[in-house]
Design a binder for this molecule. Structure first.
Ligand code: LMR
Length: 336
């Protein structure tokens, strides 16, 4: 690629969203955090009409920041213009969840948004465009997008659970007092929601003296099976409570991680979590967008196979699948 063209949809302004994810994400992309330090980029920013002026202001800021890798910026409220020839699509736009609302409340609003964006991407994006859906309910929004963009290969449509994956690394590193970078191979199974199952059964820490299993190192095993899981499941809500806005910089940063590893590859011996189209691996119903452990190579992800699943994990993996099946049918009922 001479340059990568990235669309970032919505959530740039405080007036029309609670997220600010786009405002945090765009400079990260322009600095090379998403596609590498030598990869020039063009960024197309899409927002809704009432945000058009603010979007112009952001474009001015991008000019003012003089990012060496940034080869062009399009600021538009026209979805077709925004989707033209994009290689990467980061879908932040959605009806936002506020303190006290459940994710399910926003499904009906979001299915319509995702149906429209799917058509625009299908018709105007580059043929092998990679799509990352961030807006909640992320898994189900991605599924809707997939349904309405049948010519985009299903493996190209993913949703963000890297935020949860990174949160798990953060929790373990704090608990053990080790560098976050030395913690590897946590897994987020299922939905990016309060039913997700953060699994540390296969996670390791590089002690400097060889790899050790997280379960061996955490003295309080009970914590791993209880508080750790609930903290993870409620982390998004805790941030909304504290900030009165959902997470933004951590979401933006993990969106960069997601795309970077997908495009450039995961380091040898490590996996990451991505919401991907289920092929039935680990007994998860095909046709859901479900978070699995994946490795990536040459722009393609594959689900890590053959991991041992104990009874406790099985029940949690099935519970989050069940929620996704319910979300899927709710989304379809909104479409009819
Ligand atoms: C997060 O995990 O921070 C967000 O997805 C929370 C939310 O529901 O907006």
């Amino acid at each position: 690629h001479i340059y990568f063209k990235v669309i970032v949809s919505q959530q740039f302004t405080s007036t029309y969203s609670t997220g600010h994810i786009g405002y945090a994400l765009v400079p990260m992309i322009a600095r090379g955090a998403m596609l590498g330090p030598d990869q020039p980029v063009i960024i197309n920013m899409l927002d809704i009409e009432p945000a058009a002026e603010a979007l112009k202001g952001l474009k001015m800021e991008l000019t003012d920041a003089a990012f060496p890798l940034l080869r062009g910026v399009v600021a538009t409220t026209n979805v077709i213009e925004a989707c033209k020839n994009v290689d990467i699509a980061v879908m932040l736009g959605g009806f936002p969840r506020k303190e006290g609302t459940e994710r399910k409340d926003v499904i009906s609003k979001n299915v319509l948004i995702y149906k429209a964006q799917a058509s625009a991407l299908e018709q105007h994006a580059a043929p092998n465009c990679k799509v990352l859906v961030v807006a909640n309910p992320a898994n189900t929004n991605a599924l809707i997008l997939k349904e309405f963009a049948p010519s985009i290969p299903e493996e190209n449509i993913t949703c963000l659970t890297r935020l949860d994956h990174n949160r798990a690394l953060g929790q373990i590193s704090e608990m053990l007092g080790v560098q976050v970078n030395d913690v590897k191979n946590v897994i987020i199974w299922g939905n990016h929601s309060s039913t997700q199952f953060p699994d540390v059964n296969h996670a390791t820490v590089d002690t400097g003296n060889g790899l050790k299993h997280v379960r061996e190192l955490v003295a309080n095993d009970h914590w791993l099976s209880t508080e750790f899981i609930t903290t993870m499941q409620q982390r998004g809500a805790a941030i909304i409570k504290a900030r009165k806005q959902s997470s933004a910089l951590s979401a933006a940063s993990s969106a960069c991680d997601h795309i970077r590893d997908w495009v450039i590859g995961t380091p040898k011996g490590t996996w990451v979590s991505m919401g991907v189209y289920s092929d039935g691996s680990y007994g998860i119903q095909p046709g859901l967008i479900y978070s699995f452990p994946v490795t990536c190579e040459k722009g393609e992800w594959s689900i890590v196979q053959g991991l041992n699943i104990d009874e406790f994990s099985r029940a949690k993996m099935d519970a989050t699948a069940k929620e996704l099946i319910e979300e899927k049918s709710l989304a379809y009922s909104c479409l009819n």
